[in-house]
Design a protein around this ligand. Structure first.
Ligand SMILES: [Zn+2]
Length: 299
């Protein structure tokens, strides 16, 4: 990310004290969580009015089309229709954001050692109930310099996409409280269970300042136990700034071997695993210091 801002007095302080505002490219909590509801209501009312005035062969497709679009947006993890979502980091260098879902688990200690060996940083998207049962692991993740994200309180994988507003708020807010207390600061990122974000996710994220994070490279490793196949699938989505989705504690019991193979492949392909805010700070803060000293930015 290149910044051409120059000469703004105090810009360094702003970059350090207001990370959400200073790094819009990597942090985007929902601003209008009910915009979809207005558009949806308009489409349905418009469909009825058109149906009554011009005939139902025109009105009905509009009504059903809007409903189908909302359903697709719920099931498609990368859809921005119902809420903003990060799909990749805006960088040009060979950097990726490694994200590991579903912990903490029996795999967490081995994963932390593995990440240290590769000098890699990751974001662990944790489940609130699992974190409360293993608080020491949460603290260890943070102590080793990794980040934690919110992955719901109980991980209701069959019904998350259909949760009503109140249950959705509870899933997000309870996990946020548990994880914030254990980690010392509340998570900034949220990953929907199975990636599906229904129309009520944005309203649950907004008051907590959470940004929804999807992915751009995945290997279906929650079910796939063969490290080579997982690597081959992830390699297809590998680009500068890719968000890589991995899991821990998978029922097949090979999550650590899978993550090891992925780290090996990333290293061989010349990629480094970084955390997006750390990367943004590393690039923006020196530039802000240069601005304060009156040094021209390198475009
Ligand atoms: Zn999950």
């Amino acid at each position: 990310m290149r910044r051409r801002r120059r000469g703004a007095p105090g810009s360094r302080a702003i970059a350090l004290s207001l990370p959400s505002a200073a790094f819009p490219a990597v942090s985007a909590p929902p601003r209008r969580p009910y915009a979809w509801a207005w558009l949806f209501a308009l489409s349905q009312i418009g469909g009825i009015l058109i149906g009554l005035s011009l005939g139902w062969r025109w009105g009905l497709p509009l009504i059903l089309g809007a409903q189908a679009l909302s359903f697709w947006a719920t099931l498609w993890p990368q859809s921005r229709l119902l809420s903003p979502v990060l799909v990749r980091m805006r960088v040009h260098q060979h950097l990726v954001w490694l994200t590991i879902d579903d912990g903490p688990s029996d795999d967490t200690p081995a994963l932390l050692d593995l990440l240290d060996r590769y000098d890699a940083k990751a974001c662990f998207f944790l489940v609130g109930e699992r974190a409360a049962a293993r608080p020491a692991l949460v603290r260890e993740i943070v102590r080793r310099g990794h980040e934690i994200g919110n992955h719901s309180q109980s991980h209701p994988e069959k019904w998350f996409w259909a949760l009503p507003p109140r249950a959705m708020r509870a899933q997000v807010a309870q996990a946020q409280q548990v994880l914030g207390e254990l980690a010392g600061q509340p998570p900034r990122w949220f990953r929907a269970v199975v990636g599906m974000a229904n129309p009520f996710v944005a309203a649950a994220l907004q008051p907590l300042g959470l940004t929804r994070v999807a992915w751009s490279a995945r290997g279906f490793d929650a079910r796939e136990a063969d490290p080579e196949r997982v690597v081959a699938r992830i390699a297809r989505g590998l680009r500068p700034g890719a968000i890589v989705l991995l899991h821990e504690g998978a029922p097949h019991g090979r999550s650590v071997a899978v993550v090891a193979a992925v780290l090996d492949h990333l290293t061989q392909a010349g990629y480094r695993c970084v955390l997006p805010l750390q990367q943004a700070r590393a690039e923006i803060v020196p530039q802000a210091a240069a601005d304060a000293a009156g040094v021209t930015a390198t475009p």
